[in-house]
Design a protein around this ligand. Structure first.
Ligand code: ADP
Ligand code: TYD
Length: 213
C-alpha cells in the first residue's frame, strides 16, 4: 500500500502548529491501523535545515542580502526531506503530515525574490517540480496578515519573516498556488476559533485517507 502525503501551509501565525497539536490524538484514534509520520520543513535533520534555523531565520543580520543562497538552502533541505523521510515513509505505507513543504518555498522565497528575478513563484515551482513529490492534499490556513501579526506578537522570539507587509505578499502567493492546483488544495478560513478549524482539518484528512482505501 502506498502511503499518503498531506501538507499544511499558511503564513506565520496562521495556526498550523496549534491545530496539528490539537488533532494528533484524534488522528491516531481515527486511523488505528495506519502508521502516522509527523514532520516539518525546514527540517532539524539536514545541515541546510540547521543553517536556515540557526542563522538565516533569526533575522536582523547581514544575510538579508543573500536571498538566492537562502532559496537554495530551502531547496536542499527539501531534497533531503524527500530522500530521508518522505519517500521511505510513503513506500512503507505511512500517512505523512508535514507542517510546511515546497509550497512554502514557492510562496516565501517567491516573495523575497520579487523584483530580483521575473515571476519568482513560477520559476521556483518549475525548478522544484521535476524532482518533487506532489502532496495528495494541501490544507492552506488562510489568514489576514494583520491578524496573524497580532497572534504572533503574543508569542516569544520573533523570526525574520514576521512582518505584515511581507506576509501579505506570501499569503497572495499561497492563494495563487491554490488556484493553480485546486484538485489538491483545501483552503480554510483560519480567522475562526481553533475548534472549528481543527474539526475541518481533521475531516479533510480522514476523508482523503479513507477515499484512498
Ligand atoms: P503557525 O504554526 O501557523 O505559525 P501557531 O499555531 O504557532 O501558528 O499560532 C500562532 C499563535 O496564534 C499562537 O500563539 C496560538 O496560540 C495562536 N492561535 C492559533 N490558532 C488560533 C485561533 N484559531 N484563534 C486565535 N489564536 C490562535
Ligand atoms: P516554521 O518553523 O514553520 O515557522 P512557523 O511555526 O512560524 O510557521 O518556519 C520557519 C520560517 O521559515 C517561517 O517564517 C516560514 C519560513 N520558510 C520559508 O521561508 N521557506 C520555506 O521553504 C519554508 C519551509 C519555511
Amino acid at each position: 500500500m502506498r502511503g499518503v502525503l498531506i501538507t499544511l501551509e499558511g503564513i506565520d501565525g496562521s495556526g498550523k502548529s496549534t491545530v496539528l497539536r490539537g488533532i494528533t490524538g484524534k488522528l491516531k484514534e481515527g486511523l488505528p491501523d495506519r502508521k502516522l509520520t509527523f514532520t516539518a520543513e525546514p527540517t532539524t535533520r539536514s545541515r541546510p535545515g540547521q543553517v536556515l534555523r540557526e542563522v538565516f531565520l533569526k533575522g536582523g543580520h547581514s544575510l538579508d542580502a543573500f536571498k538566492l543562497e537562502e532559496l537554495f538552502l530551502f531547496l536542499a533541505d527539501h531534497a533531503d526531506h524527500l530522500a530521508a523521510t518522505v519517500r521511505p515513509s510513503l513506500e512503507e505505507g505511512h500517512i505523512i503530515i508535514s507542517d510546511r513543504y515546497s509550497d512554502s518555498t514557492a510562496a516565501y522565497q517567491g516573495a523575497t525574490l520579487q523584483g530580483i528575478i521575473p515571476d519568482p513563484v513560477a520559476w521556483i515551482r518549475s525548478t522544484c517540480q521535476p524532482w518533487d513529490i506532489i502532496p495528495d492534499l494541501t490544507i492552506l490556513f488562510s489568514l489576514d496578515p494583520d491578524l496573524a501579526m497580532e497572534r504572533i506578537r503574543q508569542r516569544s522570539g520573533r523570526e525574520k519573516f514576521e512582518r505584515a507587509d511581507f506576509l501579505r505578499q506570501v499569503d497572495e502567493n499561497f492563494k495563487r498556488l491554490a488556484e493553480t492546483a485546486p484538485e489538491r488544495f483545501v483552503v480554510l478560513d483560519a480567522s475562526r476559533d481553533e475548534e472549528r478549524i481543527s474539526e475541518e482539518t481533521l475531516r479533510a484528512i480522514l476523508n482523503l485517507v479513507r477515499s484512498k482505501g
